[in-house]
Design a protein around this ligand. Sequence first.
Ligand code: PMP
Length: 295
Amino acid sequence: MIYFKNGEFLEEQQMNLSVNDRGYAFGDGVYEVIKVYDGVLYTAQEHLERLIESAEKIRMPLPYTIEQLTNIAQKLLTENQLSVGHIYLQVTRGVAPRAHQFPESDIPPVIIGYTVVNPRPVEHLKMGTAMKSVEDMRWLRCDIKSLNLLGNVLAKQEAIEHSCQEALFVRDGLVREGSASNVFGIKDGILHTHPANNFILNGITRRVVLQIAKDLAIPVVEKEFTLAEALAMDEFFFTSTNAEITPVITIDGKQIGEGVPGPLTRKLQSAFDGQIPMLVSAGNAKERESNGTAS
Ligand code: PMP
């Protein structure tokens, strides 16, 4: 596998990362995960714009343009012959003796990248999943895609220990997002989701779903809702780069709607598939629409 580090494409044993990297010591950095379908980058521009925004929000200059970052991602996927999976990119504030404040002199950030083979989660897309509500103990800048993920790690672990695939963060009684995803509910034909503010990461998949809803003339309400309201939704799903549109059939063991992925969720999944070139060319999207499955 070929890795990227600060301008160079290297083998793993050449990576040589420092214990004094501020990412390692403090989680002082930002990251992105970009999906690759059939060897083609998906929504890379949006992910790289968000990487630059996240870096700005933590006052970390990023000496790369979107074009340069796209080239790095492209070369990584070509070198590693990635077909379906993702590219991980991470930027930290650099290497300096451990002290909380920013280093006094300008030090270059450390940017690394690699590829991960990751097939589509076909079983979950088709059958639906379970979520567990968890108190949101994270900081108040969840809009930044920061390396600090301890709150997310603990929440996900708790969900898994309860045989659920994903955690559902609740703060001040309001449903926020998943541990690594955004969430949507459908009630009486209306799509509900949390507004894009500091309490959630404005997911790229979230934006794709909102665009699809607009195209399909599905009404959308971007407003917080309670856990009780979530449980009373007709349909529920979470979205992320790797999870795509994953139906949720139970929350805290309680059935959502009919307890199976609902018709509007299926419609959104079909439209999502329809804009992925790989699936369109394979003729899968049409087929999926007709038989109601997302595998
Ligand atoms: N919220 C959180 C906390 C996440 O970690 C993720 C995954 N990056 C998302 C939402 C979904 O974002 P995206 O659709 O860009 O993957």
